[in-house]
Design a protein around this ligand. Structure first.
Ligand code: ADP
Ligand code: ASP
Ligand code: MG
Length: 405
């Protein structure tokens, strides 16, 4: 008898028929004699709708209240899934994130998990029940409801799999697994059978939203094996685990696109030690995650500093930038501009040369102009015009021969 954690995403529980389909899959697993814990997301679109509703009343809603609001989405689907299971004769009980003992810090709307107690899940399983847990939500030590950042049900599932010492964590979604690129952008993208945590993490943090980046970080830290697969068929999915020796033979594993990025530029800053430190310390203190950074010296020895952030962090970044300009006694804040980030990822980059040449050659041939560049040991990313993002992704995908044979 195995203990299995299954997570079903928003599309998979999007309407009553789909919830019925999920219930059937859970029953099939249960009929094999396994213990099953299920994590569900809100119906697709519901979290966005709730955010829009709040913003129609107040453009910058209080984050604590947002968490109380957003937790509704997952609370609906846990109950409906349990109800659908009862209808086909499966004993099941729903648990909210707080009831499942998902303990977090108090960073509302992006809380970090501090501990997972599991609540009474073990006892419910031993009594023969399937336990349906609300993804995306947790509880602070002071009893406040929190949420784990967008896509956070992935993190709930991985963290529960770790806490319950599950044999495997299955992430069920609306694609057959992790592909060499978003199959909706690159039509000949290929499904990957196996991926290392490092590669999955770089793909996720470069915009492949098939897994939430923080959930992959957690899985890697605690060595939680997981599989990404479809809730609409029985095809094997993508296994993500620690590195296997022969993985390095493949130079580039995948291409990712992130269209949720904005560049913020401060021009005519004084060029002296401590300017960058002042800015990035202030941004960090406000919880802004900075991605790419570029600095150059402009007219009269003054410096220009450009950095990129996620769209939702723009208002906070502008506020910080204005305060820093005042503090430094110089500089101008330019209007923020949308950019797209396109990245190529692969652990083979560590040991092979010529990847950069191929990467930039492909973009040049496709007529894509580059605004910023960043690299890691296993990734190259560029910031480009959003309108060219899909062209760039397809060009890179082709240049590295990632398509179907
Ligand atoms: P869920 O609601 O199940 O969590 P998401 O919408 O969060 O699903 O993630 C699945 C989507 O991720 C897919 O529909 C696909 O368009 C997108 N995606 C982006 N990059 C990739 C990739 N490399 N492989 C597979 N899917 C990807
Ligand atoms: N419902 C949440 C979101 O849309 C969490 C999730 O789906 O994973 O971000
Ligand atoms: Mg998701």
């Amino acid at each position: 008898m195995a203990l299995i954690v299954q997570k079903y995403g928003g599309t998979s529980v999007g309407n009553p028929d789909r919830i019925r389909n999920v219930a059937k899959r859970i029953k099939a697993q249960r009929d094999r004699g396994d213990q099953v814990v299920v994590v569900v997301s809100a119906r697709s679109g519901v979290t966005n709708e709730l955010i829009d509703r709040a913003k129609s009343l107040n453009p910058s809603p209080d984050e604590r209240e947002m968490d109380t609001l957003l937790a509704i989405g997952e609370q609906e689907t846990i109950a409906l899934t349990a109800i659908a299971l009862h209808a086909i004769g499966v004993q099941a009980v729903s648990r909210t994130g707080p009831q499942a003992g998902i303990i977090t810090d108090d960073a509302h709307t992006r809380a970090r998990i501090l501990d997972v107690t599991g609540g009474d899940i073990k006892r419910q399983l031993d009594e023969g029940k399937v336990v349906i847990v609300a993804g995306f939500q947790g509880l602070t030590a002071n009893g406040e409801v929190t949420t784990l950042g967008r896509g956070g049900s992935d993190l709930s599932a991985i963290a529960l799999a770790w806490a319950l010492k599950a044999d495997v964590c299955q992430i069920y979604t609306d694609v057959d697994g992790v592909y060499t690129a978003d199959p909706r952008v690159v039509p000949d993208a290929r499904k990957l059978d196996l991926l290392s945590y490092d590669e999955m993490l770089e793909l996720a943090s470069s915009g492949s939203k098939v897994m939430q980046a923080r959930s992959v970080e957690f899985a890697q830290k605690y060595n939680v094996l997981f599989e990404v697969r479809s809730s609409f068929n029985d095809e094997p999915g993508t296994i993500v685990k620690a590195e296997a020796p022969n993985m390095e033979q493949i130079l580039v594993r995948g291409v990712a696109v992130d269209k949720n990025q904005v560049k913020v530029t401060l021009s005519e800053l004084p060029d002296r030690p401590g300017v960058a430190a002042t800015l990035f310390q202030a941004l960090g203190a406000q919880g802004v995650v900075v991605d790419m950074i570029i600095q150059n010296i402009g007219r009269a020895g003054l410096a220009n500093l450009t950095f990129t952030v996620a769209k939702e962090d723009v208002p906070r970044s502008e506020k910080v930038a204005k305060a820093v300009i005042t503090e430094l006694g110089g500089g101008k804040l330019l209007p923020p501009a949308d950019i797209a980030k396109v990245s190529a990822v692969g652990i083979g980059m560590r040991t092979h040369s010529g990847v950069a040449a191929k990467f930039f050659g492909a973009l040049a041939k496709a007529g894509v102009n580059i605004m910023m560049i960043t690299t890691s040991e296993i990734k190259i990313s560029v910031a480009i015009e959003p309108a060219q993002a899909d062209t760039a992704a397809r060009a890179l995908h082709a240049a590295f021969d990632l398509g179907k044979a």
